[in-house]
Ligand binder design. Structure first.
Ligand SMILES: [Zn+2]
Length: 327
């Protein structure tokens, strides 16, 4: 996807294009943001534009560089791979340090796209630093990161850092409805639910489990409102085993509480993320006040963190439900 077709990230795209226009392209960039936000899409579009033989701010699509790029076969755009969980010093030496000294085959730039760059350990970053400190005129690095605080200060200081922000919901929804062939209103739900993260939204659309889980979570959220202690223990028994599923379920219930809060404050169904669950949301809103819903959301966040850290699911759920039932 070319720079002018990318949804969202307008400020970053403008920056990239003006650096090309003004001949002020930097040797290293960090694109920082959560999984699914569009880092690789942006990096690839930038790389294609940089190497287009026409030298414009939008790739021409017909030169050899553009054509080989579209065929995923451009020899001067290199994707760093890693076999282990982290990026090691050997990965950096083999794929970057040894390679950067060789001139590009036929393009203006040799561009290294480093996915998972936040997974470079200190030794790997130090090895990388040598290439970063004195890059040849043709060398460009684009680092994709989910956590730029993992970088050494010496690495950070040599990179232009772009923070990717969520895509506006309506723009994301228009795009999603087009590429996934779903109704715009459905697409709005997913774009809001994923907080403007198109990658995450598409993953959710493709997941049949997510739909089932959403229905189940809404059902349980409503049951909790009227449940006595015995019923609460039954609910806990039904959901505590599959920890990953449980955390996702709590995320959905969190969003329902967030919607109930918005519904109390505004009475406007259109502002809700899960508009299709309006019966559940208005039911919760009738039983719980704003202060209680805020407390509940905090309790869920706390519980989810502890569940991820392997806390005892039974105890954590008992504590959570007790807090939820507090009036
Ligand atoms: Zn071109």
């Amino acid at each position: 996807m070319d720079l002018d077709r990318i949804v969202g990230h307008k400020d970053i795209i403008e920056h990239m294009q003006s650096s090309i226009k003004n001949n002020r392209v930097n040797h290293a960039y960090i694109l920082d943001g959560p999984k699914g936000i569009g880092k690789m899409t942006l990096a690839r579009a930038f790389a294609k534009t940089l190497n287009c033989e026409k030298g414009g701010t939008i790739p021409c699509g017909s030169c050899i560089s553009c054509k080989t790029f579209d065929e995923n076969n451009n020899p001067d755009i290199i994707y760093l791979t890693h076999k282990t969980a982290g990026i090691t010093v050997d990965d950096v030496r083999e794929q970057i340090v040894k390679n950067i000294v060789l001139k590009p085959y036929r393009n203006r730039y040799k561009i290294f796209i480093i996915a998972d760059a936040h997974k470079m350990n200190t030794a790997a970053q130090n090895a990388f630093l040598k290439s970063l400190e004195e890059p040849p005129s043709y060398g460009i690095f684009i680092l994709l990161s989910e956590n730029s605080s993992n970088f050494l200060a010496t690495v950070l200081s040599r990179c232009v850092v772009f923070k990717l922000r969520p895509v506006p919901y309506d723009a994301a929804a228009r795009y999603i409805s087009q590429v996934k062939g779903i109704e715009y209103d459905d697409a709005v739900l997913y774009s809001r639910y994923s907080m403007g993260n198109i990658g995450k939204a598409i993953e959710l659309i493709d997941s049949s489990e997510f739909r089932e889980l959403r229905d189940k979570s809404a059902e349980i959220a409503l049951q909790i409102e009227d449940a006595d202690m015995i019923r609460l223990y039954d609910i806990i028994d039904g959901i505590k085993e599959d920890r990953e599923r449980l955390v996702r379920m709590l995320e959905i219930i969190y969003m329902l509480y967030r919607d109930a809060l918005v519904y109390i404050k505004t009475g406007d169904e259109k502002r809700l993320i899960q508009q299709d669950k309006i019966n559940c949301i208005s039911g919760i809103a009738q039983k719980a006040g704003s202060a209680a819903l805020i407390r509940r959301c905090e309790a869920i966040e706390d519980t989810a963190v502890k569940l991820r850290n392997n806390g005892n699911a039974q105890l954590l759920l008992e504590t959570l439900f007790f807090k939820i039932k507090e009036r």
